[in-house]
Design a protein around this ligand. Structure first.
Ligand code: SF4
Length: 507
């Protein structure tokens, strides 16, 4: 049976097209990972699947583990999802049956639940016999307690994600209509959530009252689009209208767009790491271009931590805007010091211990003639565990540099993130209980300096109170005392889950 025939066979009300997919591993680089990218569109009279596909491609940097699209033609919802990059999951054959004028898409990096097919999104559920699909960017902090309560009340779970908690709360709400059921669910979840919910006739968006993760509203040809970042609007030539406000609930249907404030905003706390690293440099947050903000971070860094050097280089690509800014403010020339292999991506081969260091060299190779014999400033956006930075330093010395002055365009990371960013546990942070001088010695560089929180705020040019800096200063905007166990795989490892029946097959 062809894929198209299988699709048709499964195109019954609310039935998902299930397809098992590949698996992926990655070299264990010292990287920070975003959780997800989301994209939704309501476009009367149009087929939206292809538009969502392009929107998700623009948001690929936010999550590379799985991708999915759900569309509604006004009567049925059909979902297609699989493990892998957007471009490897979707093709002409599997996009063609996704017919409908409303849709949502998701690209995932897991911060709760394993990278397995059943955890990919959008998730599908029903409310009083009415189908809905949900896509989530963020991380709930009261997942375990809500899940246990739901299970005690008879709810069943098919995944190990926090997103399914929200879906389950909606599904089991006693309210009369889905909008009220969503309000019910949102009133008990805590943490970070930018959500898209698709019903047969509506596209809905909700942003948590802290506004941790970005979410924007755009328009194209009179139709509405909601996306994680403005770069996803640009790719489909849509116009940016505004950011979705923290605590806002948007409902888009045949009557147009309605907005309500769902939750009171006690404290705005946009994730400052979106501005340092996660959001694409061509995206806008707070009406500010991310490249320019990062350039200013580099300028501030040059003022706070000057260096006597011949050349400024970056750790590409994320360190480049700040390196260019450092160069502009210090008047030390900027040059490319590394060539980045952009085609490595994910690998199916787990490296053995003796070639583990290949991970960094696979991605970065120094331009030896450019840097040999020079005193260089190396600008990067952050240091997590320090092992990647150490390998970079070794590569630079092997390439013949005379001095290395490492400059980091963010403050030292010392506290874990509970709001949707996968970085490290507290003990893994190199800056945990170590001074900058300790880290300098460990890395073996001639000097090391980080941008201060005040310098970061000056570079952003917005009130400090509007942002979350918890991973730098431990000031968590949403109470984290409810976290029973901080473990990405806590639900996967929960015995109770294994005993639950599931009707979804995974490999
Ligand atoms: S703790 Fe750090 S990474 Fe997490 S939301 Fe706050 S600023 Fe962002």
């Amino acid at each position: 049976m062809s894929i198209k025939e299988e699709y048709k066979k499964n195109l019954t009300k609310g039935k998902k097209f299930l397809k098992t997919g590949g698996n992926s591993n990655n070299f264990n680089l010292d990287e920070i990972h975003e959780e997800c990218g989301i994209f939704g569109i309501y476009a009367s009279g149009k087929n939206v699947a292809e538009i969502i596909f392009y929107g998700l491609q623009a948001l690929q940097h936010r999550g590379q583990e799985s991708a999915g699209i759900a569309v509604s033609d006004g009567r049925n919802i059909l979902i297609y999802k699989d493990l892998g990059l957007v471009s490897s999951v979707f093709n002409e054959q599997n996009l063609a049956p996704l017919q409908g004028h409303i849709g949502i898409g998701h690209s995932r990096y897991s911060t709760k639940g394993k990278n397995v097919w059943r955890n990919s999104q959008p998730l599908f559920r029903t409310f009083k016999g009415q189908s809905f699909a949900i896509a989530h960017n963020g991380n709930l902090i009261n997942t375990e307690s809500l899940r246990r309560t739901q299970i005690k009340n008879g709810a069943r779970f098919e995944t190990s994600t926090d997103t399914e908690i929200i879906a389950s709360l909606i599904e089991t709400s006693e309210k009369e209509n889905i909008e009220d059921a969503i309000r019910d669910a949102i009133s008990v979840i805590k943490g970070s959530f930018s959500l898209l919910i698709l019903t047969c006739d509506k596209l809905m968006a909700i942003r948590d009252p802290n506004g941790f993760r970005p979410m924007v509203l755009g328009t194209r040809g009179g139709n509405y689009i909601i996306a994680s970042e403005t770069c996803a609007l640009d790719i489909i030539d849509a116009k940016f209208i505004r950011e979705v406000d923290p605590g806002e609930f948007l409902i888009i249907d045949e009557n147009g767009l309605r907005s309500q404030m769902l939750l009171p905003v006690k404290r705005r706390s946009m994730c400052v790491f979106e501005l340092i690293y996660f959001a694409r440099p061509d995206s806008y947050i707070y009406n500010k271009n991310m490249y320019e903000v990062r350039h200013k971070m580099g300028e501030e860094l040059a003022k706070e931590a000057p260096a006597d050097a011949d050349l400024v280089i970056s750790v590409p690509d994320s360190g480049t805007p700040a390196a260019v800014g450092y160069s502009a403010a210090s008047k030390i020339p900027y040059a490319e010091g590394f060539i980045k292999n952009r085609y490595v991506g994910r690998t199916f081969i787990q490296p053995s211990q003796d070639i583990r260091e290949i991970g960094v060299r696979l991605k970065l190779n120094p331009l030896k003639d450019m840097i040999k014999g020079k005193r260089i400033v190396v600008v990067d956006d952050s240091i997590v565990r320090g092992n990647t930075s150490k390998q970079i330093v070794r590569m630079l010395y092997n390439a013949g540099v005379k001095e290395i002055h490492m400059r980091i365009s963010s403050p030292p990371l010392v506290h874990p993130c509970f709001y949707g960013i996968d970085m490290a546990t507290q003990t893994e942070f190199i800056a945990n209980h170590r001074t900058v001088e300790d880290i300098r010695k460990y890395l073996g560089v001639d000097s090391l300096a980080y941008l201060s929180i005040d310098g970061l705020v000056r570079a952003i040019g917005e009130p400090k109170a509007d942002f979350c800096f918890a991973c730098f200063n431990g000031d968590y905007p949403v109470d984290i005392s409810e976290i029973i166990k901080y473990d990405k795989f806590s639900i996967d490892n929960d015995d109770r889950m294994e005993k639950l029946p599931t009707n979804i097959k995974t490999r």
